[in-house]
Design a protein around this ligand. Structure first.
Ligand SMILES: Cc1cc2nc3c(=O)[nH]c(=O)nc-3n(C[C@H](O)[C@H](O)[C@H](O)COP(=O)(O)OP(=O)(O)OC[C@H]3O[C@@H](n4cnc5c(N)ncnc54)[C@H](O)[C@@H]3O)c2cc1C
Length: 424
């Protein structure tokens, strides 16, 4: 909890690291993280805004000779922004320091500026973790080093579990079949919502032929983008045309006799899948708190400068009641998200079915709470911007959802367009 629910100054709210420092002073803030935040201020947020406006990523399926390439196209700056996080150490430091904290701290800072971009880091982390814990030594030797590279050539991960029949009831919905093929497996099926499409390596849920049609029949497999002969090992059918974040490509993936390797024991697949999921849940908690902080910072800074009825909006009695500049955010940061993260952060290398021993349901509940928190803060705070403020700062006002989402959200709250100048 922030000390005595004391008012959070604008300076603190405007910096993810100052905010963490104010609430959780025992968390380390190494130089690389401060430099990472400075980079976002200097360069990253401009790139993020441009990527958001440039629209959904594009899929180039064939090269000029008609060969299937399935290349995800973004402006070059997108790749610079993305690779900067890997280079700074959001992932490789996890191994160097034997702790998940560098990843989650990096994800907090990233999420403050561009929550969508934290998805590639999260799913890459959730690919590296089961590989390093459950992959056999040969697999680790082959696939871990490229995922931990510190330069442009770094590989990315992805976590593809759900299918078109649904996500929650995974045991019933997964139809991807795994057939043994000597030392490896061949996977055939379709993944309908696959984030970080194009990743060099994915962890994929599939059902070995003949296994029961329930969660215990699922296995977790490692699937590289390229086959041993250099051909594509999976295909991207299309990129989703999302209304929300554009800074991670989500696609539909076709697995067609795709080369794969089983992670862990066949009968323990569901526990590995849940472990992957839990890493993402914690990242969602972290990202949601960062999003809430950002929404609050943007709304308050607008309210400070906007003049209404002869004085700054922030000095109007109603606003002062609506925006308590203390308390809730800090409370949630501490209670719901960071306590879970700290527990998890200290247990990342334990060989366990559940991350850091944190019970799955508790983690899910924390993640769920914090995600709602992000939305809860983002929505009323976007209203406080007024439509002028929101339109002028679309990428700043609500960093996760795109400006389309913001307009939709404003319209739903009765703020139709630029003509409305009174904050509601
Ligand atoms: C942009 C985007 C990216 C995605 N990326 C990935 C990815 O990379 N990898 C991947 O595997 N999946 C991905 N998904 C899919 C995501 O994991 C699923 O949407 C999620 O698992 C929920 O499944 P569903 O959408 O089929 O909803 P359903 O399972 O049909 O559930 C519908 C609703 O019912 C609720 N519900 C379900 N069961 C219960 C219950 N027992 N009690 C109470 N409520 C319940 C759910 O919370 C949900 O609100 C992505 C989805 C989106 C939108």
């Amino acid at each position: 909890m922030l000390p005595n629910h004391s008012p959070i100054s604008f300076e603190i709210l405007h910096s993810p690291l100052h905010f963490l420092q104010a609430g959780l002073s025992d968390l380390p803030q190494p130089d690389w993280l401060r430099e990472y935040e400075s980079w976002w201020e200097r360069e990253g947020q401009g790139i993020s805004a441009a990527v958001d406006r440039s629209g959904t990523p594009w899929l180039r399926m064939f090269d000029r000779f008609g060969a299937r390439v399935d290349e995800v196209l973004y402006p070059p700056e997108y790749w610079r922004m993305l690779k900067h996080g890997y280079h700074a150490g959001v992932l490789w430091r996890v191994f160097e320091e034997d702790s998940l904290l560098p990843a989650y701290l990096g994800i907090y800072v990233t999420s403050f500026y561009d929550p969508g971009l934290s998805c590639p880091y999260t799913v890459s982390l959730a690919t590296i973790a089961p590989l390093s814990k459950y992959g056999d030594p040969e697999l680790q030797k082959r696939f871990l080093p490229p995922l931990l590279r510190r330069d442009e050539s770094v590989w990315q991960g992805a976590t593809w579990m759900t299918e078109i029949k649904g996500g929650s009831d995974l045991g019933a919905a997964v139809e991807t079949v795994a057939r043994p093929a000597g030392t490896h497996w061949l996977l055939t099926g379709d993944k309908y919502f696959a984030s970080n499409a194009g990743a060099e390596l994915a962890v994929v849920a599939a059902r070995p032929e003949g296994a029961p049609r329930n969660v215990r029949g699922l296995g977790l497999y490692l699937v590289p983008r390229q086959r041993a002969d250099g051909q594509l090992n999976y295909f991207i059918r299309r990129i989703k045309d999302k209304i929300a974040t554009r800074s991670v490509p989500t696609g539909e993936i076709e697995l067609r006799d795709s080369e794969a390797w089983l992670l862990g024991l066949r009968e323990e697949g569901i526990y590995l899948i849940l472990e992957v999921l839990n890493l993402s849940r914690v990242a969602n908690s972290v990202g949601s708190v960062a999003l809430a902080q950002r929404a609050m910072a943007d709304a308050l800074s607008f309210a400070k400068r906007r003049m209404v009825f002869g004085k700054p909006l922030i000095e109007q009695p109603l606003i002062r009641r609506q925006v308590p500049p203390s308390g809730p955010l800090g409370k949630v940061l501490d209670r719901r998200a960071c306590s879970a993260n700290r527990e998890v952060g200290h247990g990342n290398t334990r060989r366990t079915g559940y991350v850091g021993g944190v019970p799955r349901r508790a983690l899910a509940a924390r993640s769920d709470d914090s995600c709602y928190l992000g939305g809860d803060f983002a929505s009323p705070d976007s209203r406080r911007l007024g439509s002028d403020g929101a339109q002028a700062h679309t990428s700043l006002a609500i960093p996760t959802p795109s400006s389309d989402w913001l307009r939709f959200s404003l319209a739903r709250n009765g703020i139709p367009g630029r003509t409305t100048t009174q904050p509601t």
